[in-house]
Design a protein around this ligand. Structure first.
Ligand code: AP5
Ligand code: MG
Length: 194
């Protein structure tokens, strides 16, 4: 298997680039944000609890997202690899993911980290908020809270993978296709080593 983490702050383009990467490499896309929004849409108890936290721009508890990822891994036994988007977002999630992949005799091959400035992120998300219907996008205070949460709890996750030499930083500003080409280059380099 070939397993990728697409990493970066809110609005850095993880979802946009994931769509293109899964089409090219045949990976299974696992986005905890999308999984949570589907729970919200179905008005499940988990979704209703998660919505309250997401609407404040905070992270939902580790157990919740780790449980979701564990089920998703079990539900997809025969894929060529996974593309994790928006997960892991804390050190505990990173450790839990390693253990889950270990049980499946596989591991993370590469973390692609998108580098985008804070002003660009806020502009992108405010713009999307005009049409997305995402309640965490239409208010600059909530967007800033998401960025603060990212710096407080998520940025360290890159350090975790850096210890294993798995992180490739990619400039996340410019056209979608330019960024996609840079991401593919990093994957193809890693694929050759592997
Ligand atoms: P999640 O859904 O993961 O949201 P996020 O990380 O805050 O980021 P986004 O999905 O908004 O942005 P993105 O990086 O995917 O960028 P996108 O491609 O959409 O999480 C939402 C919430 O769920 C969290 O706050 C938390 O509460 C909870 N949650 C999720 N996972 C969790 C976890 N593991 N643990 C705990 N809690 C969790 O692009 C953004 C915009 O920019 C779009 O409009 C796009 O069209 C535009 N754009 C993309 N690329 C470009 C470009 N190159 N130039 C110009 N515009 C661009
Ligand atoms: Mg996303």
């Amino acid at each position: 298997m070939f397993n990728v983490i697409l990493f970066g702050p809110p609005g850095s383009g993880k979802g946009t680039q994931s769509e293109k990467l899964i089409a090219k490499y045949g990976l299974k896309h696992l986005s905890t944000g999308d999984l949570l929004r589907s729970e919200i849409a179905n008005q499940t108890p988990l979704g209703l609890e998660a919505k309250k936290i997401m609407d404040k721009g905070q992270l939902v508890p580790d157990e919740v997202v780790i449980g979701m990822i564990s089920s998703a891994l079990d539900a997809n036994p025969n894929v060529p690899g996974f593309l994790f988007d928006g997960f892991p977002r804390t050190s505990s999630q990173a450790e839990a993911l390693d253990k889950l992949l270990d049980l499946k005799k596989t591991s993370i091959n590469i973390m692609l980290a998108l580098d985008v400035s804070e002003e660009e992120i806020v502009n992108r998300l405010l713009k999307r908020g005009e049409t997305s219907g995402r309640s965490d996008d239409n208010n600059e205070g909530i967007i800033r809270a998401r960025i603060t949460e990212y710096h407080a709890k998520t940025a360290v996750v890159a350090d975790y993978y850096r210890k294993f030499n798995k992180v490739s930083m990619v400039r996340g500003e410019g056209s979608v296709d330019e960024i996609f080409n840079s991401l593919c280059k990093e994957i193809d380099k890693k694929n050759k080593e592997y």
